[in-house]
Design a protein around this ligand. Structure first.
Ligand SMILES: Cc1cc2nc3c(=O)[nH]c(=O)nc-3n(C[C@H](O)[C@H](O)[C@H](O)COP(=O)(O)OP(=O)(O)OC[C@H]3O[C@@H](n4cnc5c(N)ncnc54)[C@H](O)[C@@H]3O)c2cc1C
Length: 395
């Protein structure tokens, strides 16, 4: 995005360098499950998703809003649509067509591309230094935009190695941590062998003030999926601080406690408790399995639970989370260049003429299109900043 803004009228010579043999690998990966470009909700609600980073991101997102993302995508020949959850996707769902059209347009704008160029820092003359298959290369520039990503899925290119380079020149870099990630849970062998790979559907999860509706997938070592990602920021901080945290799951969020009590009053007869819960309360086998798992942990069989306890076990199933999934498998990362280290246009205070954009900056957001929107908008802002910097040098 920064390259596009800088090269818009050919007045500035722009080169993109990337460590990988091809561009946009994470962008392509993001398109695998449907490229969620942005979200259509009311702007103030939209901005709340950025939590502590909202104030620092607001000017960039106001200037390059969800509507601008859609218009940009459509101008590249990919029409968009709003899904039932309000999320915005290109009609083709995948990222490849959009990326191809985007790279073609950059090429016609005269943007040069150097792949397999890993930026390693600056030399004594202040030039950018790259490690390349042909050896070290240094490049003098009037301005630079760093958009090196966070540290999730490092095999796609962004490994967070830039952190030490920037710390060395006095930039404050907050530690990169898993965001939109799974968590570890010590399931029993019985539960794991029966339910690994299965989703808990239409649940509501809660941790602290964060709640989310959706799905969670039981994995061999824990739990992941959309609803978990949505509360992952608060859950992660609690696990990192205390070593474990309680995740509360409402297995029947659309049925209130009184209605559940009434359903539990039905005669059970000779049915097993699992069959009764499946028929009377319409709980799925995995939901019942989770209740049994938690009852087993508390050494309190469900058959001996009073109805009030059963309602609690359904509405507030409490899973103890014991660890955060590795950043390599997280959708995104929290942490990065502190906003106190950049000015309003994301220029490094320690390195005038060098701008920072995207996931490298210290913000996080849930899935839902907020990540790409934040990256696009800060890319545009950093590109505009670099453009003004270069124009000022020319004056
Ligand atoms: C599986 C998955 C699905 C996702 N789905 C969505 C989604 O649907 N919607 C959404 O909003 N977000 C989604 N995301 C997140 C989104 O893809 C990222 O937030 C976004 O790509 C970050 O953009 P970026 O430009 O900051 O970094 P990146 O896309 O990571 O790009 C950074 C680039 O910098 C290069 N680089 C890194 N270090 C160096 C170096 N030292 N020298 C030279 N080059 C370097 C890398 O090779 C890479 O090309 C998804 C992520 C994953 C992993």
């Amino acid at each position: 995005m920064a390259a596009e803004v800088l090269a818009r009228d050919g007045a500035v010579s722009v080169t993109v360098y990337d460590a990988m043999p091809s561009l946009g690998r994470k962008f392509l990966m993001a398109g695998r499950g449907g490229l969620n470009l942005t979200h259509s909700e009311v702007f103030d609600t939209f901005m709340e998703r950025y939590g502590a980073g909202a104030d620092a991101l607001r000017p960039a997102i106001e200037a390059w809003s969800p509507n601008d993302v859609r218009a940009w995508c459509e101008a590249l020949g990919q029409s968009t649509f709003v899904g039932s959850s309000g999320r915005v996707f290109p009609k083709i769902m995948k990222a490849s067509g959009l990326l191809r059209a985007w790279l073609r347009r950059l090429e016609t704008q005269g943007v040069a591309l150097h792949l397999r160029h890993r930026w390693t820092g600056w030399n004594d003359s202040g030039d950018l230094v790259f490690a390349t298959p042909a050896g070290e290369v240094s490049v003098a520039t009037d301005a630079a935009v760093l958009a090196l990503g966070g540290a999730s899925w490092p095999r796609l290119g962004s490994d967070g190695a830039w952190g030490s380079v920037l710390t060395e020149i006095g930039v404050e870099v907050c530690s990169l941590r898993s965001a939109n990630c799974g968590f570890q849970v010590a399931w029993s062998d019985v539960f794991r062998s029966r339910f690994e790979g299965q989703p808990l559907k239409s649940i509501e999860v809660a941790h602290g003030d964060s709640t989310a509706r959706g799905e969670a997938l039981v994995t061999a070592s824990g739990i992941e999926g959309g609803a978990i990602y949505a509360v992952s920021s608060s859950l992660r901080e609690a696990v990192l601080a205390d070593g474990s945290a309680a995740l509360t799951i409402d297995l029947k969020p659309d049925v209130n406690a009184d209605a559940l009590m009434a359903q539990l009053e039905k005669p059970r007869g000779k049915q097993s408790m699992a069959t009764f819960l499946r028929k009377a309360v319409r709980l799925s086998p995995i939901a019942i399995g989770l209740m049994q798992e938690l009852a087993f942990e508390k050494q309190q069989p469900m058959t001996s639970m009073p109805h009030e306890e059963l309602v609690k076990a359904i509405k507030q199933a409490t899973v103890t989370v014991t660890g955060v999934a590795a950043i390599e498998r997280a959708i995104s990362s929290a942490g990065g260049v502190a906003f106190s280290s950049v000015d309003g246009q994301y220029m490094l205070r320690q390195k005038p003429g060098v701008f920072v954009a995207g996931e490298m900056l210290d913000w996080e957001a849930p899935t839902g299109g907020y990540l790409l929107q934040g990256c696009f908008a800060t890319g545009v802002a950093a590109g505009n900043g670099a453009r003004q910097w270069v124009e000022a040098l020319a004056d």
